[in-house]
Design a protein around this ligand. Structure first.
Ligand code: HEC
Ligand code: HEC
Length: 195
């Protein structure tokens, strides 16, 4: 039989052990986290985002507006200098200006229109692959997940994905909702789906 004093000690040490295992900053809520990730993935994998995040340096045209997915016309490339602005003589900004052309099939636009660097490519990758990639500072421009959330909320090229012009289907949701989903995902431990 435990004396009342021994019971108290037992209860107190049990509570301490429990607390240290489930401190809020460590806890990963898989169910909530994966449901937030699904919202983020739906945006990142959408053609309005993925078509600029390509590994082979060839932007894509896709969606009903384009009649499927194909490589960008005019043999457009990332560019030999790796900047993403295209080769000399055929820079993105030859055709893409700071705002959308209103003409059907006219070039869309936003400031500094260019391809994402090769290490930030996720066109055609799985949900698990994209998830691991955007958490990896070596492949996300040295960003924390807070930085990623802010980039998604404030960057103009990202913002274009929700206002692509000329009958193009926008990315799902909004910049603000995606910012919030990344913050919510981060708060529950930012879990990734199993590959
Ligand atoms: C016109 C091309 C273009 C479009 C469209 C575009 N991006 Fe990007 N994206 C870039 C470029 C260029 C960078 C690199 C910017 C930097 O590192 O400062 C980048 C970087 C990023 C980054 C930070 C680095 C990383 O890989 O984690 C995120 C996050 C991102 N884009 C998300 C999106 C989302 C979400 C959309 C759609 C809503 C989108 N992008 C649409 C060109 C584009
Ligand atoms: C010779 C002109 C020209 C050049 C150079 C050019 N583009 Fe385009 N781009 C267009 C036109 C026109 C469209 C719209 C086509 C349509 O709607 O049918 C377009 C559309 C796009 C789209 C929208 C695709 C989608 O489905 O979301 C992206 C992304 C894109 N270009 C990226 C780039 C990048 C990055 C560069 C530079 C590396 C570049 N373009 C260079 C003319 C050009």
């Amino acid at each position: 039989m435990l004396t009342p004093a021994a019971m108290l000690v037992f209860v107190a040490s049990f509570a301490t052990a429990q607390e240290s295992q489930t401190s809020p900053s460590q806890a990963v809520d898989m169910t909530k986290g994966l449901s937030e990730w699904d919202k983020i993935y739906a945006v990142f994998s959408h053609p309005r985002c993925a078509d600029c995040h390509v590994a082979d340096g060839r932007p894509r045209w896709s969606g009903a507006h384009y009649g499927g997915t194909r490589v960008h016309a005019f043999n457009v490339q990332r560019g030999d200098d790796g900047s993403g602005f295209g080769n000399p003589g055929l820079r993105c900004t030859t055709c893409h200006f700071a705002s959308n052309s209103n003409a059907l099939h006219g070039p869309p636009g936003a400031e500094n229109w260019r391809l994402a660097p090769a290490e930030m490519a996720w066109f055609g990758k799985s949900s698990a692959e994209i998830c691991a990639q955007i958490k990896d500072p070596a492949r996300n421009g040295g960003r924390s997940l807070d930085d990623i959330a802010l980039h998604v909320r404030d960057d103009r090229l990202v913002g274009w994905g929700w206002a692509p012009g000329s009958n193009r289907e926008p990315a799902p949701g909004s910049a603000e909702a995606t910012f919030q989903a990344i913050e919510n995902w981060l708060a529950v431990g930012s879990p990734c789906p199993v590959p």
